[in-house]
Design a protein around this ligand. Structure first.
Ligand code: AMP
Length: 250
């Protein structure tokens, strides 16, 4: 059984991002980029299924510029067998387009499971898995905190308000990962070295014949207002007075 894991190259989660002064987007110049953390969790889950003998092949796919090869090499170091880069002239594509491209890759690769992040930490869209499942007509288990494969089904426990809800999905299916599914492994040097020799195919976007129009325009990107500095209060009475009259929260 084959698993496809889409991995996105995003600004590293430790980096503080800044909006461009003209509001046209985020300034990415010279910033550290990494694999989207939820995609690392998806990679880890796929590799664990392979190690458990339930999956025969793990294929990582990234959509973006040539620079995405670094996150694909990371995926190969995790334990993916091979990687596919869908090469696009621009890095930022809307989830609606990404889901069309992933559908084309799924049609070619015919995986039984697509395991992906619930959300990319740069755009915070949380849309791609749901759109892909709809395009494929497959079941979806989003926000997975537990995943097991048995009897041709994926059993997915989903994080919902105040607990979990467990669903069974017939395969093929799309599963998106939440934070508590697993803790991704620390990559060891020998695996990083081995990853350099694993196959990485490059497919130009044009070769997939995907419609890239969206009708969506970004009207502006701005930073949140700066926080006011805190004040030291003299007494409990002073604190209560400020909460009541200044902050007006009690
Ligand atoms: P989003 O809907 O943008 O929050 O992204 C959700 C998930 O879709 C990510 O965690 C990835 O698994 C996948 N994804 C989004 N964009 C890309 C991309 N450019 N390349 C590969 N996978 C992607």
């Amino acid at each position: 059984m084959k698993v496809l894991v889409p991995v996105k190259r995003v600004v590293d989660y430790n980096v503080r991002v800044r909006a461009r002064s003209d509001g046209s987007g985020v300034d990415l110049a010279n910033l550290k980029m990494s694999m989207n953390p939820f995609d690392e969790i998806a990679m880890e889950a796929a590799v664990r299924l392979k190690e458990a003998g339930q999956v025969s092949e793990v294929v990582a796919v990234s959509i973006g510029t040539d620079a995405c090869q670094d996150v694909l090499r990371t995926a190969l170091a995790f334990g993916a067998d091979r990687a596919v880069l869908v090469q696009t002239p621009e890095a930022a594509l809307e989830p609606v387009v990404i889901s069309r491209i992933l559908k084309a890759i799924v049609d070619e690769e015919a995986p039984r499971l697509v395991l992906m992040g619930k959300q990319a930490i740069d755009d915070d869209c949380n849309q791609t898995a749901q759109m892909l499942a709809a395009r494929l007509g497959w079941g979806q288990g989003t926000f997975a905190c537990r995943l097991a494969l048995a009897d041709g089904e994926a059993r997915v426990s989903r994080e919902v308000d105040g607990g979990t809800r467990t669903v069974a999905l017939p395969l093929p299916a799309v599963v998106s990962t939440d934070l508590r599914l697993n803790e991704p492994r620390y990559l060891k040097l020998p695996n990083i070295m081995k990853a350099k020799k694993k196959p990485l195919d490059i497919k130009p976007l044009e070769s997939l014949g995907v419609n890239t129009s969206t009708g969506i325009r970004c009207l502006g990107v701005s930073e949140p207002p700066a926080r006011k500095p805190g004040v030291r209060v003299e007494s409990v009475e002073d604190l209560l007075h400020r909460l009541k009259h200044d902050a007006q929260v009690i």
